[in-house]
Design a protein around this ligand. Structure first.
Ligand SMILES: O=C(O)CCC(=O)C(=O)O
Ligand SMILES: [Fe+2]
Length: 308
């Protein structure tokens, strides 16, 4: 793995697939099998069950459901190359707030185009081959460099609009076991699944230490059971935390300017970055689509009233 190249790509385009070299093949299969089993075993009314309305069904606090999953995730998170990549965007002391298993089921509609909380960085571990990126996370490359937020620009496309415009985006193409990293400031969502096959992924949400970050509420027994693992320091529960998902009211003077994922909120940094033609024209096209949608909305509403 070329760590410096991966860091460069992550910083330039906002996401990078670093491949599957951390776990052995047998360990990847084990992680995939155990995670899928944890999902299938979980009752629908369990606290950790994630409902499909949030962009695919899944399991919250995944490693708490099986000690071996914790060991395998610990191996990934203790990898020196991955740590170097994460440190390059969050500095030392970064923390995990959540580890989720997410399934994209056949027929599922996907997730709208969005940005998540300020400073957040995520890891995605693919649990099947998904070269086409069916039901996968998709990105608008380099959009984390756009100074204005997606919300402020009014370009949070619904999943219905994402589908016909998917040619504008880059899906996360992956093999089973591939580990990818992205900053959640990069405009992203999840593609629909119009095949008859499910695709699974583990998503790990992280924040820089100096930052305000949230956490999943892990049980004390679980924290005790992983006390000798690096995973334990990463989780560091309980800790008081707040997530800033509202970038517009975020106080820019409070950020640590040495931290890449936070400094992206600094317009004096992002406005200096030269945008590619492709990104510029993609954003213009999205603006046009949203304008047409707005202009057509009274007609669509009228049509609906007539039908009812
Ligand atoms: O499920 C995915 O692929 C992306 C999920 C996501 O963007 C989110 O939960 O914020
Ligand atoms: Fe997201």
């Amino acid at each position: 793995m070329d760590v410096n190249q991966n860091i460069y790509t992550l910083k330039q385009q906002g996401f990078v697939n670093i491949g599957s070299s951390i776990l052995e093949k047998s360990e990847i299969n084990e992680l995939s099998d155990l995670s899928k089993r944890a999902y299938l075993k979980l009752p629908q009314d369990h606290d950790d069950h994630i409902r499909a309305i949030h962009g695919g069904e899944g399991v919250r606090r995944l490693p708490q459901h099986n000690p071996r999953i914790s060991e395998l995730l610990n191996k990934i998170l203790s990898d020196n190359a991955l740590k170097k990549i994460l440190t390059s965007v969050m500095n030392d002391g970064y923390k995990i707030w959540g580890v989720h298993f997410r399934r994209s089921c056949p027929g599922e509609s996907g997730l709208y185009l969005h940005q998540d909380a300020v400073g957040q960085v995520s890891i995605a571990i693919s649990l099947d081959d998904n070269i086409q990126g069916v039901g996968a996370t998709f990105f608008l490359p380099s959009s984390h460099w756009i100074p204005d937020s997606l919300k402020k620009l009014g370009l949070e496309l619904s999943h219905k609009l994402v589908s016909p415009l998917r040619f504008l985006f880059s899906p996360l193409s992956s093999h089973k076991g591939d580990v990818s990293v992205f900053t959640n400031r990069t405009w992203h969502g999840r593609l629909p699944n119009n095949t008859n096959q499910e695709h699974d992924v583990i998503l790990i949400g992280m924040f820089p230490d100096s930052c305000i970050y949230g956490y999943d509420e892990w049980s004390n027994e679980y924290i005790e059971s992983i006390k000798d693992m690096e995973l334990n320091q990463l989780i560091e529960y309980p800790k008081h935390a707040t997530i800033f998902s509202d970038r517009e009211s975020f106080n820019i003077s409070s950020i640590d300017k040495n931290i890449f994922s936070l400094n992206l909120e600094n317009p004096s940094v992002t406005s200096k970055k030269k945008q590619s033609f492709r990104l510029f024209y993609t954003v213009q096209l999205l603006k046009l689509v949203m304008l047409i949608k707005k202009l057509l909305s009274p007609i669509v509403r009228l049509g609906r009233q007539f039908r009812t």
